[in-house]
Design a protein around this ligand. Structure first.
Ligand SMILES: *Cc1c(COP(=O)(O)O)cnc(C)c1O
Length: 456
């Protein structure tokens, strides 16, 4: 088989600002060992997130010029609405400025004290919005999903036995909804199988619990289903996508992921009464229902991106890029999450830095080391992001200590990726020199964004 090539040519480029280790050491200490606080000009390869960092296509840029900025009833909205309806099969489409705005609106209405939201794994903003409403979020990822380095085809699956047991013990009246996140971002970008979505739907139906999809990476998930699930090998991506959504009552989505947009999101629903309540909240917080916090030009870019993301040449290149770097690292002995996920490489920091205890945030220590050595920015998904304190103010660590290198869509080429793997392997070979960190300042929720740390 020949090399799978980037399925695009490059028409416009941005310079990378080069710097050296001495410079980066200073920048890192000024950012309090939190890479969210770095200036992005000081980053050479930015793998902090795949969110809002995609390169738009020439067709999307053309759409930006066509965008109609009418306050109400813009044709750009109707093109956006149609794109979302074609994918989800859901009649009601509510635009929002980001995924979390859709979450905030939906959970303000369906959440509240005493309510419970069950998921394969809730993303950080999703969990935060649930908890902010007074409700509780419970993750029930399958057993394979808890073992980062043991491969399995659908490690993002929800543990349906655990779901059934929970309902049989606790009843279902207080369950606001079950949310399936595709792909499972916080659980390693691992896909969820169609069989799992279908089975979850059946349990939900039996107990009258609504099922929602957190759809940020719906197309990457569909491609994994096509590659790995029997019976789907000859189906088109849109057919697979339509079936995935057919099992859900609604969906939230960040258009900053699988829509190649730099901003945007939506809430898609089937229930008209719920939609009326959501739109009323939308008007207070986001804007009129035909723009919802977005410019007409953004709606246009999203409408086009949602179609481009289902192109199989794109998906083949996308999924292969992540697999390529994961394989390189794994071959060099670096502990990575296996198999490769859809949008990112995940390093297992607990194994990588086994000399640093979880109370000293090995994931964040590794994030800092990769910036220092190679100017690469990535993010910790471990106890800095998800850790809690018990009554004695002792850290209750997250179950996994991961470092995520998210690959922006259509942005970096194979040589950038080769450079990244060289840096990681070098850091791995010198790993014993890396020191742990302690927090010196933090916010009560989503602390990883703003926390200040100190090297021990
Ligand atoms: C990014 C993301 C969100 C939130 O979307 P924003 O546009 O960043 O607000 C929710 N869920 C998942 C799985 C995500 O990846």
């Amino acid at each position: 088989m020949k090399t799978i090539i980037e399925p695009f040519r490059i028409k416009s480029v941005e310079p990378i600002h080069f710097n050296d280790e001495k410079y980066r050491s200073q920048a890192l200490s000024e950012a309090y060992y939190n890479t969210f606080l770095l200036h992005s000009d000081d980053v050479m390869i930015d793998l902090l997130t795949d969110s809002g960092t995609s390169a738009m296509s020439s067709a999307q840029w053309a759409g930006i010029m066509i965008g109609d900025e009418s306050y109400a009833g813009s044709p750009s909205f109707y093109r956006f609405e149609k794109s979302v309806q074609d994918i989800t099969g859901m009649e009601i489409v509510i635009p929002t400025h980001q995924g979390r705005a859709a979450e905030k609106i939906l959970f303000s209405i369906t959440g509240g004290k005493g309510k419970v939201f069950i998921s394969n794994t809730l993303f950080d903003t999703t969990r935060a919005n649930i908890e902010f409403s007074g409700a509780e979020g419970i993750d029930m990822v399958c057993e394979e999903g808890k073992k980062p380095t043991i491969p399995a085809p659908f490690k993002g699956n929800l543990d349906t036995t655990a779901l059934r047991n929970y309902i049989e013990q606790n009843g279902s009246d207080h369950i606001a909804m079950v949310i399936i996140t595709v792909t499972n971002n916080s659980g390693g970008g691992q896909p969820v199988s169609m069989a799992n979505i279908r089975e979850t739907h059946q349990i939900c139906k039996e107990y009258n619990v609504p099922l929602y999809i957190d759809a940020c990476r719906f197309s990457e998930n569909a491609y994994f289903i096509k590659l790995r699930e029997k019976g789907y090998e000859n189906k088109s991506i849109i057919e697979i996508v339509n079936e995935m959504f057919s099992y859900a009552q609604g969906a939230t989505m960040s258009a900053k992921k699988d829509a190649f947009a730099n901003i945007g999101g939506f809430l898609a629903l089937r229930n008209k009464d719920l939609a009326t309540k959501c739109r009323n909240l939308l008007i207070i917080t986001e804007g009129f229902p035909t723009y919802g916090g977005l410019a007409g030009r953004d709606l246009e870019a999203i409408a086009i991106g949602l179609k481009e993301v289902m192109d199989e040449h794109y998906l083949q290149y996308r999924i292969r890029s992540i697999e390529y770097i994961t394989q390189k690292l794994s071959d060099a002995g670096v502990p990575v999450m296996l198999p490769a996920g859809g949008h990112a490489v995940y390093l297992d920091a607990k194994q990588f830095l086994s000399h640093i205890p979880v109370e000293q945030y090995p994931g964040q220590a590794l994030v800092c080391a990769l910036y220092l050595k190679g100017g690469i920015r990535c993010v910790e998904i471990g106890s800095l992001m998800f850790g809690k304190y018990d009554v004695k103010h002792q850290l209750v660590p997250a179950s996994l200590e991961l470092v995520r290198l998210a690959i922006p869509r259509r942005v970096y080429t194979q040589s950038h990726i080769d450079y990244v793997s060289e840096v990681i392997i070098e850091v791995y070979n010198d790993r014993h020199q890396i020191k742990g960190l302690e927090i010196i300042e933090e916010a009560p929720i989503l602390r990883h964004f703003t926390a200040k740390l100190r090297q021990l």
